[in-house]
Structures are given as C-alpha cells and as structure tokens.
Design a protein around this ligand. Sequence first.
Ligand code: GDP
Length: 426
Amino acid sequence: MAFCTAIVGINWGDEGKGRMVDLLTENFDIVVRFQGGGNAGHTVINKYGEFLLHLLPAGIFRPGVMNVLGNGVALDPESLTKEIRDLESKGVEISSDNLMISDRASLLLPWHRKLDELEEARLKEKKFGSTKQGIAPFYSDKYQKKTVLAGELFYPQKMKAHLLDLMEWKNLILTKVYDADPVTEAELDQWIDEWCKPIMPYIGNARRYLREAQRNEERILFEAQLGTLRDLDYGIYPYTTSSNTLAAYAPIGSGLPGAKIDRIIGVVKAYSTCLGEGPFVCESHGDEAEWLRKAGNEYDDKTGKPRRVGPIDLVATRYGVKVQAVTEVALTKLDVLSDLDEIPICVRYRLNGQELDYLPFPSVLDECEPVIETMKGWKCDISGIRDWWDLPEEAKAYVNRIERAVGCVIKWISVGPERHSIIQRG
Ligand code: GDP
C-alpha cells in the first residue's frame, strides 16, 4: 500500500499535472502543494466547470479530501483569497475542513510582484520571461530571512513591527535602485485587512496535522508545480524557477521532512512545450510550430502568451525521469498528434559533431541541435478510447518507443482534457 505519492512534471511545466491530480485524488485523503506559488496554472475540468488553479491544490474539488499548502509554498494572500472566492462563487465549498495553510509558509509581500516587474523591465531583452507574480523576489527574500510567516498574522502587533522593518529596507531598493514609488504603511494595512485576514481561518500547524495523518495511514498526494527542467538546482539554470520542483523536496516543503515517497508519477506531454526564455533544443518553428501550438492550444493560461513547442524530447524526458526518480509515467495530450502523417521525435542532441543521449551542462545547451527521427502517425480520433488494446498500432508503437527511451513504464495515457479521458495500463 502506497501512502505517499507525488505527481511531478518531467519537462518544462504545463505537462498536465492538474488533470492527473484531479483524476487521482479519488484515492487520496490529503493533497499537498509543497513549492511554487500563484505562478502555477493547473487546468482542471470537472462537473463544476473549467478551472485554472494557481495556489489551491487540485484536490479542492473532491469532498472529504483535505488540501494543504505547505511551508515551501510562496503564499500570496491576494492571489489565494481571490481564488477561494472565485471557486466559492462556482459552487465549490471551501472551509477549514478541506483547506489548511501551514503557519510556517512565508507570505509573498506587496512589494514582491512590483520588484519582479521592475527587474524584468530593467533586463529588457535579457529578461528571464518571469510570470511577474513576484516569485523570484519572494524566494530570495525567504532565504535572506526577510519575509514573514503566515502564523505571524496571529500576533498582529509583532507582525506589523516586523513588516515595517522590512518595508524600510525594501523601500530603499524600490526608490534608490529602481527609481520607483515606495510602499506606504497605509498600503500595508490595507493589504493585511483585504487579503490576509480572509485566509486566517485556514492557517494551522500543518506539520502536526500531517504527522497525525501519517500515523493514521492516511494517503497523501504531493502536487508539484512546473517541471524538472525548471528546478532551481537540477533545471536549466538560470532559466529555472526559484524553488525545487522535485519530488525529493515534497517532504521538506510540506511539513513531513522524514517522509518516504512510495510512488512518483512523472507527467509529460506527447510533445514538448516551454513557456519563457532559455535553451529549448527541440524547438520547432514556422508552420509546423504554429500547427502544433493551435492543435494543442499551447497558450499560457494566465497571460495568453504562445508557448514554444516541439517534438517530444527524449533526452530531456529521460533526464526528468531519472532526476525525479519517477516510478511511473503519465503521458498526456496524445490525442493532439492524431492528425499528423508522421510524428517527429527528438532522440538525441548533436553538439560539435557528436551525438549525446544525456542532457549536457546548461552553458552548452544553446549550441545543441536536435537529432530527429520520425514515426508513422495513426491519423484517427483516439479521444474516445479507454483501453490500451483499442489504440491504433501506430499510437501503441509511439508510446512504446517513448517508454523504452525513458526507461520507465508509461502507466497512464491521457487522450483528452476531461477527468475520465484516460487509458490506464496494467
Ligand atoms: P499543469 O500545469 O501541468 O497542470 O498543466 P496545464 O494545466 O497547463 O495542462 C495542460 C492543458 O492541457 C490543460 O488545458 C488541460 O486541460 C489540457 N489537457 C490535459 N491533458 C490533456 C489531454 O490528454 N488531451 C488534451 N487535448 N488536453 C489535455
């Protein structure tokens, strides 16, 4: 019996983790987000409608499931309060019975988003492609010990003094480095009243709660944001996010530092996408890219910005499987490739005349070219198929080819965005 399971991305993010969490929460008691923040965009389609979740774990739609925002999350009170209100207005019930925020989660403060925007503007064409949600300034401040914990909200006087100290320092940076307006004490007060107070009923001791749940053998699902290639330590630095997207970080970022994760489900699309800057070796251009982008609706859920697209990258995906220690793969969006006569696959990279089957050091990635092989397409609608044996031979061959290359069983094949548009193997 597996008590701890993680669902993680094994590419650049947007792999379809949200739909997998939504599907699998049926078998879990608790869903935990352990890193990242409001820059996440997990799309979930279910009986309540279509939702884009930013901070709330995707278990929020399942009655009886507890959703935890762990200490590793960038807790943005404004984004969270808005998200809770939006879901409630669509009939989803949210209370302290199904949502808990760790009192050790650090708060994303009013200046973080502002600093993110100012720094991207300063960088001009050298920008990182930030989602401008304040995530990088937040995490740098967290590690500088210059933000506040959610639990401090219960000690208003001490928290206010702490915030004013931080504000004094941040205003020096805003005004003297970026020549921007300072944040005022009145703005801070308003931020506390408008956005922080509404989340207070959910704040609690998540460590104690999760330890107790573990003792009672409750089943815990860890939900990651973004993918391996965006991991701060193992991704394509510096084109990473500012947190760890790996399953290995889930115990630390959730409040169960000693937990062992029994199952790690690595999610990857049947082709590659990348939002933002940085090396993306298998990138397609021109009509081919435009077709795939449209077929897969590859536009950022938050900003509408087109995602970069390309064939599945077996080098990057194998790396993702290894680094995440994936025990089973979920391959999503196979249906998107159904119209293609031939399906390209990036099997290796070419660097200085040599072919590589491993991900080289980030500094040389922009010199790599993809080595492309093609496979025959299946040319029919597969979105209604629910049994592996009903898939066309060409589709099975495609899945098997990926499975062999990444060295891990592909247990799930998603053929549509809806909850049950899925083929489970074995
Ligand atoms: P996440 O951030 O990893 O959760 O990924 P996204 O929320 O960006 O999900 C990818 C998008 O693809 C969403 O709009 C999903 O509804 C959609 N999607 C997920 N799986 C499938 C699938 O198998 N087929 C199709 N056509 N769409 C899918």
